[in-house]
Design a binder for this molecule. Structure first.
Ligand code: G7M
Length: 328
């Protein structure tokens, strides 16, 4: 088993705790206006590359734990013009030092140019807190037998709630954010901006969520699903081209293995954006997936699929108990 220490934000196969979903009376999302009520317990992760922090804590007025994710956003090109407040006296420079032709400054710009993308998960389960904490990770080569004997029973019992996915499919949440919908029950899908996308084209990130509810992940995909996968690829590309002006060749279109959420969905990202979860141990390009199934209809039932598991995850313990880690 290969090991690596990775911030777990981009890693799936979450562990074993009971799953809460939001009920409206206790939901912080109905009332929250600022974070003055937030009581910090732990800094789960401070990612200087992504300029983001993952915090756990509570809200005074509500029951349950919370996760607050703060992320400095990318520059929006539409704000970089001579009329914008970057280039007026509404912003000011503080000089740190000068050396010959080189000057180093801190720049304090108008607050609207300094948006911090904020994601709040409340009430958060222990499993969510676990997901966002830094942990030691391992790569497991998952054979079909390991999948069927260990991983499948584990994820059947322990997966994250899919309520947010069903809310999107049933137009109960994010309906105003839907970018495209193909209502065909077999090959259709809904396309929405990913939770992680703050809306600047440079970091474009959309999700295509299948209408079908019985496809957990890459492992379930067979020849039968080729029309669905091709439909997602073809229409997803067309929609992004029409709405955002990006060509299909500028997109990274992929599935995660393991995913965090076991309902088939495809990620569409701008190629130049290095989104979390695009590394080789997790991302599978949709074109490769289609091609593999065309070559061998049951490719994903036969192939060994490596995936990353966290050391404190129950799944890792289950793999250890069966002696899998020692064989790798
Ligand atoms: O790792 P996996 O392939 O399961 O990726 C799931 C994706 O769903 C991630 O990129 C998340 O950012 C995204 N996501 C998660 N949640 C809970 C939501 C949500 O409520 N709305 C939207 N639009 N995306 C979400």
């Amino acid at each position: 088993m290969a090991t690596l220490d990775v911030p777990s934000e981009s890693i799936a196969s979450d562990s074993n705790y009971s799953e809460n979903t939001s009920n409206s009376s206790n939901s912080i999302h109905n009332t929250i206006k600022d974070l003055s009520d937030f009581k910090l317990k732990n800094i789960l992760q401070n990612n200087s590359n992504r300029k983001s922090v993952y915090l756990s804590g509570t809200f005074d007025s509500k029951e349950g734990d919370a996760i607050v994710i703060l992320e400095k956003t990318a520059f929006a090109e539409e704000n970089l013009n001579n009329d914008s407040d970057y280039f007026t006296d509404k912003s000011h420079l503080e000089k740190i030092f000068q050396n010959d032709i080189y000057g180093d400054y801190k720049y304090f710009t108008r607050s609207k140019l300094n948006t911090i993308k904020t994601t709040i998960i409340h009430p958060a389960t222990e499993k969510h807190i676990f997901k966002y904490s830094i942990q030691k990770c391992h790569i497991v080569d998952e054979t079909p037998q390991i999948y069927n004997d260990i991983v499948l029973p584990y994820l059947t019992d322990e997966q994250f709630s899919l309520q947010w996915v069903y809310n999107i499919l049933e137009h109960k949440s994010e309906s105003e954010r839907i970018v495209f919908e193909d209502v065909d029950p077999v090959n259709g899908f809904i396309m929405v901006p990913d939770l992680k996308w703050s809306g600047e084209i440079d970091t474009l990130y959309l999700l295509a969520i299948s209408n079908r509810r019985n496809i957990k992940s890459l492992r379930d995909l067979t020849q039968e699903h080729l029309p669905l996968l091709k439909n997602i690829r073809e229409k997803g590309i067309e929609v992004i081209k029409n709405k955002y002006g990006l060509e299909g060749t500028q997109l990274r279109i992929y599935l995660h293995y393991q995913p965090s959420f076991y309902h088939l969905h495809v990620h569409f990202c701008y190629l130049k954006h290095e989104a979390p979860g695009i590394l080789a141990e997790r991302a599978h390009l949709l074109s490769n997936v289609i091609s593999n199934i065309e070559l061998l209809p049951d490719y994903y039932q036969k192939v060994t699929l490596p995936f990353v598991v966290r050391e404190n995850d129950k799944l890792f313990l289950a793999l250890e108990q069966k002696g899998i880690s020692k064989k790798l």
